[in-house]
Design a protein around this ligand. Structure first.
Ligand SMILES: [Zn+2]
Ligand SMILES: [Zn+2]
Length: 78
């Protein structure tokens, strides 16, 4: 059985509001796909520690104030 992230596959919509300014935050995609050498504070070891089997960690960011946070999405069997 395959598990897929419903958010990556656009099956669900997750809306999070920025805790700092209250504006809706944007899904920036899987954190693994997103972060690169530009984000020194997000290091791969931390990401893989956070990511459990059948979970997908997304980065949500506020376009207004730049606040970002990680959202853990439980994958579903497809
Ligand atoms: Zn995902
Ligand atoms: Zn904000």
């Amino acid at each position: 059985m395959d598990f897929e992230c419903p958010l990556c596959n656009a099956l669900i919509d997750v809306s999070e509001n920025c805790p700092q300014c209250g504006n809706p935050m944007e899904d920036r995609g899987r954190i693994e796909d997103y972060f690169g050498p530009y984000d020194p504070y997000l290091d791969r070891a931390i990401v893989s520690m956070d990511e459990q089997p059948h979970q997908c960690v997304h980065l949500f960011a506020c376009p207004d104030c730049g606040y970002d946070s990680r959202i853990v999405v439980n994958q579903i069997p497809i």
